[in-house]
Design a protein around this ligand. Structure first.
Ligand code: KG4
Ligand code: ZN
Length: 349
């Protein structure tokens, strides 16, 4: 089964062809970083316009570099949520139209579920059936959540952010430190050689159960990054520029450490007998986070399975892969599917 996947939920225009849910035949990603950089964050109107301009070529390229002909494509899958409305609309409409034109089925895919599936793509990847149940950490610019995956498609949401996502915390922090966009890689680079204990930043407050975004979440497993961002704002105001480069490195390293610790501490609490921990989403590219999650896993006798770097940030291979594994909204309902900007994990079934 060869599936063409389309992903346009935020600021990456992506198309990929995946065979049988695992074998990535092509993986085309056009990033819009240069377009949004001057604004210090993603501008939805610019993102959707760029998707319209770039997606046709990305799709053509994904099919031509897959080594397959259009006739060999068995189905078309596209992300329908969560994400930016106008951006989702471009990929979803393109996916449905292409499926109609090819006379092949259309499959609607949940983006967060796609990030979890990133770990299971590629030749050396583990098998999801052999990994369940496991704890999944999804950390990106738009979402931060912890879930227990009981089986493919069966998720128990354990915790999520009550305000900013981890990637947003990196992006806003980099803005305050004038390090550029996207903030994650910028802070990671700036923090090299810096001291992680230079500034004592908060690790996220615990919230009362009745203040949580979803019923049934464990307050200890939820994240809050807005206090951290405010704390950096105060620090920057109290220590105005010009700054010694080694000070900038230590502020960035301390800030990065606070985000990483908040994530790792929640993962430590979430693991209750599972044998595997996965991580996906753009922030899971962060080396310090990977190091500390690997260390946690070792200390708990758990195997850490981060997605391969090329499947961490937004990509369409995870969308086509998940569709090939039998997931997503399919059948007659798929063509009637609308975008779902705040789609939750597992809520499409
Ligand atoms: O998964 P992704 O590409 O898009 C969303 O679904 O949001 O994640 C983008 C986020 C951005 O906030 C970016 O700053 C962050 O991932 N990011 C990183 C790193 N690379 C990207 N954060 C920390 N360290 C990195 N190396
Ligand atoms: Zn994402």
């Amino acid at each position: 089964m060869n599936i063409l996947g389309i992903e346009t939920s935020c600021d990456e225009t992506a198309a990929a062809v995946v065979r049988d849910g695992r074998e990535v035949l092509s993986n085309v990603v056009h990033t819009q970083v240069a377009l949004h950089g001057p604004y210090g964050g993603v501008v939805p109107e610019i993102a959707s316009r760029s998707h319209v301009a770039v997606l046709p070529d990305a799709i053509e390229q994904a099919v031509s570099t897959s080594g397959l002909a259009w006739n060999d494509i068995d189905a078309v899958a596209a992300t329908y949520g969560p994400g930016l409305s106008s951006s989702l609309l471009v990929g979803l409409t393109a996916g449905k139209s292409l499926a109609l034109r090819l006379g092949k089925p259309f499959i609607g895919i949940n983006h967060t579920e796609g990030h979890i599936y990133g770990t299971f793509l590629g030749p050396g990847a583990p098998r999801i059936e052999a990994t369940c149940p496991f704890i999944a950490l999804v950390v990106s610019g738009g979402h931060t959540c912890l879930a227990r995956v009981e089986a493919l498609g069966r998720y128990v949401m354990l915790g999520q952010t009550i305000d900013d996502a981890a990637g947003e915390a990196f992006d806003k922090g980099a803005n305050l430190l004038r390090l550029g966009f996207p903030g994650g890689p910028a802070i990671e680079k700036a923090s090299l050689g810096g001291r992680t204990d230079h500034v004592s930043f908060p690790r996220g407050r615990q919230k009362k159960a009745d203040k949580l975004p979803l019923e049934g979440l464990d307050p200890d497993l939820c994240f809050s990054f807005s206090g951290l961002k405010t704390s950096l704002l105060h620090y920057v105001r109290n220590h105005p520029e010009p700054r010694d480069p080694s000070d900038t490195a230590s502020i960035a390293a301390s800030y990065q450490e606070a985000i990483v610790d908040a994530l790792v501490e929640r993962c430590a609490l979430a693991i209750r007998g599972e044998r595997f921990l996965t991580a996906g989403g753009g922030v899971s590219l962060n080396k310090r986070l990977r190091e500390k999650l690997a260390e946690l896993a070792r200390s708990r006798g758990v195997t850490f399975l981060p997605a391969e770097p090329r499947y961490c940030a937004d990509n369409a291979a995870m969308i086509a892969g998940l569709a090939g594994a039998g997931m997503g909204v399919r059948g007659p309902g798929a063509m009637a599917l609308d975008i779902s900007p705040s789609l939750g994990l597992g809520s499409d079934r």
